[in-house]
Design a protein around this ligand. Structure first.
Ligand SMILES: Nc1ncnc2c1ncn2[C@@H]1O[C@H](COP(=O)(O)OP(=O)(O)OP(=O)(O)O)[C@@H](O)[C@H]1O
Ligand SMILES: [Mg+2]
Length: 280
């Protein structure tokens, strides 16, 4: 792909204590400025892939991973990592500073910025995630959703080009989750950031430009949400819960009530159900 920001070719990985490969000749490509979501059953290798991409695990498949047009290797990993913002599942494990502002500033300390410049970046980043009012707060007093916003601010302050989220919304309530995802979408549109997210929430994948379904350490399915989210049998076979609209479509069809056959978001589903109801 011409504009690939992440290019993985034939990546294999085995943990020392395992007999079988955790990643097995995995290939994928992520276009600059796009949002790619990875889904797959527990243990399919999603987090292992993320750890290899971010240098948290050492990649022994030479030349298999390129990021920002550079091959990830022992020599390049430190530089490349500076451009990646990683947000993980448990916000509590990601806080290091006594205040929200200190926390966002933490990652900037290696950048050799002046005190004033650093403060400005922290304020801008907190403003962009709607958390400037919490500048002086202790992170422990924030809700889970607010903590994840602050974690995103840390990524923004670094001016990262790539945000990687590994189940970053799984510990927050549905409303907090929606608003965090809307924020990520906004950051993608506004700053042209590239997003790679891992989730078990199939409805979340609708926001992506590309869905990758992982199974047994490889990419089993890939395509646009409108293509993948209607693959009921294949998704079930890979241990993935179907979108709500697919089960409602199927159940209504059994009663000879046909809804439009493509993927419907939750809002579109509600809209269709209202239309049916008002025709009664
Ligand atoms: N540090 C480790 N040492 C040894 N084996 C590991 C380690 N981390 C993960 N594994 C194994 O590698 C496989 C893939 O794990 P991984 O965490 O990548 O899966 P995942 O797709 O992220 O799953 P989940 O959806 O549960 O987060 C599993 O069999 C797991 O037990
Ligand atoms: Mg995982």
């Amino acid at each position: 792909m011409a504009d690939a920001l992440i290019e993985v070719k034939n990546l294999s990985f085995r943990y020392a204590q395992h007999d079988s490969m955790t990643l097995d000749h995995l290939s994928l490509s992520v276009e600059k400025g796009s949002w790619t979501t990875i889904v797959g059953r527990n243990g399919s290798g999603k987090s292992t892939l993320i750890k290899l991409l971010t240098g948290l695990l050492e990649n022994k498949s030479q030349d298999a991973i390129s990021l920002f047009g550079r091959v990830l290797s022992e020599d390049t990993v430190d530089k490349i990592r500076l451009h990646i913002g990683l947000v993980l599942q448990n916000p509590d494990n990601q806080f290091v500073g006594p205040t929200v502002a200190d926390d966002v500033a933490f990652g900037l300390e290696n950048l050799d910025l002046s005190r004033g410049h650093m403060e400005q970046r922290v304020k801008e980043a907190l403003e962009n995630v709607g958390m400037l009012d919490f500048y002086d707060w202790e992170p422990a007093r924030l809700s889970g959703g607010q903590k994840q916003r602050v974690a995103l601010a840390g990524v923004l302050a670094l001016h990262s080009d790539l945000i990687i989220l590994d189940e970053a919304t799984s510990m927050i309530d549905p409303i907090g989750r929606q608003s965090l995802l809307a924020l990520v979408k906004q950051l993608q549109n506004r700053f042209g950031m590239t997003i790679l997210s891992v989730t078990h929430d199939i409805e979340e994948t609708f926001l992506a430009d590309q869905i990758l379904v992982m199974d047994h350490g490889g990419v089993a399915l890939q395509g646009r949400p409108s293509q993948i989210l209607i693959e009921d049998q294949a998704l079930s076979g890979f241990g993935i819960e179907l979108p709500l609209s697919r089960t409602v479509q199927r159940d209504l069809l059994a009663l000879s009530i046909a809804l439009p056959s493509g993927y419907l978001s939750e809002e579109e589903l509600i809209d269709q159900l209202w239309q049916l109801y008002s025709k009664k």
